[in-house]
Design a binder for this molecule. Sequence first.
Ligand code: NAD
Length: 481
Amino acid sequence: MTEMFKNLIAGEWASAGNASRNINPSNTNDVVGEYAQGSVEQMNDAVAAAKAAFPAWSRSGPQERYEILKKASDEILARKEELGRLLSREEGKTLAEGIGEAGRAGQIFAFFAGECLRLSGEAIPSVRPGVGVEITREPVGIIGMITPWNFPIAIPAWKIAPALAYGNCVVIKPADLVPGSAWALVDIIQRAGLPKGVLNLVMGRGSIVGQALLQHKDVHAISFTGSVSTGRKVAEACIASSPMKKVQLEMGGKNPLVVLDDADLKIAVEAAVTGAYFSTGQRCTASSRLIVQAGIHDRFVEACIERLKGVVVDDALKSGTHIGPVVDQSQLDQDLKYIQIAKDEGGKLAWGGEVLKRETPGFYLQPALFTETTNAMRISREEVFGPVANVIRAKDYEEALALANDTEFGLSAGICTTSLKHATHFKRNSEAGMVMVNLATAGVDYHVPFGGRKGSSYGPREQGAYAKEMYTTVKTAYTLA
Ligand code: NAD
């Protein structure tokens, strides 16, 4: 019998009237589980529970928070193989990637356990004699979180861990397509000793429970990761609500990887292929625009195709698979739509792009590489969010930099070069929030800030010590001594 997973409200598992089936994209006959589809009433109950828990939790000591986050980290790390298997089964990234992501969630909890003990303030003299000034950080309050399907445990972890570390209460709504990993994470954190109501989980439709969270007057801040179009709606709702909500948006990307004539070809090809196609290209940081200088262009394309010939697309859980399936039929349709658009616009499909049949029914797509594309084409301007990349030819470094920056997005950008001069110039002049030299645009550390510029991000950075900008609010207190 299929297992039924409930919402967590005020420390109790609560069933909902409806449920959705979580389907394995590597084998659509395999149902991962039935997950509650919450209602507006459940969302209101979850916010009320968070509100009731906030006074005590916001005053809890750093030692209590440290111990809970550390215990959660220990369990996540101890169970990372099992959690990684669940993640790969529901989302379709390979088992190695799934286990890596689960381990990442454990490391994030360990980092923020430490941050509980590192919160500090300042005491400085006033410009008025006899007056002292203290600057302290306080929790923001009740944080609503809305997360996407492509990093189903890491993104909930990198939002929940800092929120709890700094004394906030949380209501999280994970992606309805892939809710299992977030459910497992919340279960672990709750059992680590969290008081009831501090963390609440309401699964379900964005347009129903997501909207209810955005519109709730008792929610103080929203941390959102997802598409640009939803992000815009989230920001509008946060500003329209009374009082206005603090808001953080992490959205799409169209990340350039520049390859200069003097690049190490092996490094450049590895950065391009892993960055563009691994995790099925379903990463906001995917290297989807390959901007290649004319002198190395043909050798680079040829070497990429050779490398792609050895890439195995198959069941995410099978050993030997390099790239799993696309997450569902509608994402596969979107990928195929963009492949057709690129062809219609005059791009040359140099490799892949066809739907593949495997032992089990799933959404398998051969990675697609386009050449002869320009930066004006839709394939260069719009996020595909699949294993599709295109090569744009540039005559020199200056043109390559201009092309890299000619985008509405600004999440991550990379350059492959052996020139210190060009690497240094690119780091300073790229309009992205994260810049990589001789590395893929995807693949980041968990203890440093993550985020972009322009249309990719809005509000404070996520991760590392910078997360406190989102999850704390500053108070300035004056005392006449
Ligand atoms: P999405 O915008 O469709 O959904 C994201 C979340 O918003 C889901 O939980 C969804 O249920 C919810 N939602 C949808 N409509 C809503 C509404 N009207 N009100 C409230 N909530 C609503 O995105 P997705 O398809 O799940 O994820 C893919 C996107 O996420 C891509 O654009 C990708 O680039 C982006 N992403 C960005 C980052 C980053 O850190 N920059 C990381 C991962 C993914």
